[in-house]
Design a protein around this ligand. Sequence first.
Ligand code: HC1
Ligand code: SF4
Length: 577
Amino acid sequence: IVNIKINNIPVQVESGATILEAAQVAGIKIPTLCYLKGLNKSGACRVCLVEVKGAKNLAASCNYPVSEGMEVFTHSERALSGRRNSVELLMSNHNKNCLSCKRNQTCELQTLASDLNIRENKYEGHFSKPTFDEVSPGIVRDTSKCVLCGRCVSACKFYQGLGVLSFQGRGFESKVGPVFDKSFNEVNCIQCGQCINVCPVGALTEKENIHDVFMALNNPNKHVIVQTAPAVRASLGEEFGYPIGTRVTGKMVAALKRCGFNRVYDTNFGADLTIMEEGTEFIGRVQKGGTLPMITSCSPGWIKYIEYEYPELLPHLSTCKSPHMMLGAIIKSYYAKTKGIDPRNIYVVSIMPCTAKKTEILRPENRVGDIQDVDAVLTTRECGRLIKLFGIDFNNLQDEEFDQDMFGEYTGAGVIFGASGGVMEAALRTVKEILENKPLDELDFTEVRGMGGIKEASLQIAGLEVNVAVASSMSMAKGLLDQIKKGTSKYHFIEIMGCPGGCINGGGQSIVPASIRNAEAMNNFKNLRAKTLYDEDLDCEKRKSHENEQIQQLYKNFLGEPCSHKSHELLHTTYSK
Ligand code: HC1
Ligand code: SF4
């Protein structure tokens, strides 16, 4: 324990704590920019400067350790002017087209300038030569907005183990980006968007497709169907000021209906369908000696990763397309046929918590003939913007239900897909019940829940011991993949998701500002979002995918049985390097 004084207030903290952490204990807010708890504390931005009595220079509080008897002044004239100077210098080389920036009102630099009462551009002048890259389907990089905080560099390195982003160039011409200033398309970027989620400004953003969707909605020849991913309902509310973890399923549906979509469906139906196909595929591999462990294939960032880094393990991937692609393929075949609509006139929009899904829909593997399964992907953030564009008063909407015809039903198993471990749990509910041919005693497979890096369980299913593992983020998946490569993996079934915590923390979800990330326990916002999905699961009358009656109808009327010839034609694919 160390005793210090901050602004003359005595504070006791653990030794090794930083001044910033001590200030938090004392309830004093020191602004930060490059600092992110558990991820980045280089002190490079010099925004968290404080005055330490007796020290010659101002100290970056995020990485300056406390010592016994230290006296700190966080808001003295000297500290404040140092901090203002740091922000004014950042502003001097910043593209200030704030009014048209995607991060307007969620920009941390904007907030800092406002909080520090900065009223002029003190150092207006020379700008470095910017890079604007919008070549890849998912991510846009605009270095004219970059503040060189390095948060994205750390996210890519520590969450994904990839190091796609690094500091390039020197001095005034320093930039953050892929090596040699290449486009994201030319390097091993998996388009996960984790770098976007930690960017404090508008330097990294998703590629917007709002205009495409708007035009489709205004085209009288198009029958426009929207589907919403499980995790979107757990975050969309944040775009409208609701606290993290507010479930807005009913308002989301009501808003999308008001946007003019002809049908509003839930990707959860596709998730239930995925379980039927993937569960059957798994049982087949176990019974017929197929490639094990089988690994889930719904996260397109993860698919890119295995293609880039472990192509020799591709036979381990399930051949299932991801749930929203499956629903897209079914809409353009079964739905089109039933409703008598030419599939070329159907436009499917997926609202996803994910930027990699924008890449996934363009892949030739995800087409049937020349027809794309899904036509456009909007992130949760873009969905918020679309709703605002239509002038819809989201907060005052009454809850509405998804369209019930054909794909309206979903089970709790589909909902939990959005949290890491959810696909595994959903699969286990179905696989165990089908193989044992009796109702499950226990539906909650809690061993695979939560924000742990790698979760595992060993289960008895119909007399067989089945070992399963769950990993989210590529740095966590790596260990499991290395085991398979070495031939030492004990697992039969593995779930891998591209983003830490799963889709609830996807690269297209609402931005969680550093002020929240740094003030709370590290996984708090992920747990809050995941809880909304587990709560919705509990509220569902049916919680096992195979009990979904509309799925049963789909098999009876159209597909035949899981993994049938028709299923393979529409719902499965294979990836190759
Ligand atoms: Fe996901 Fe999935 S859960 S991949 O995380 O399998 O994006 O939510 O829609 O398709 O269902 C994302 C979420 C999503 C698919 C499903
Ligand atoms: Fe790295 Fe993902 Fe960003 Fe690509 S999208 S640079 S892989 S964090």
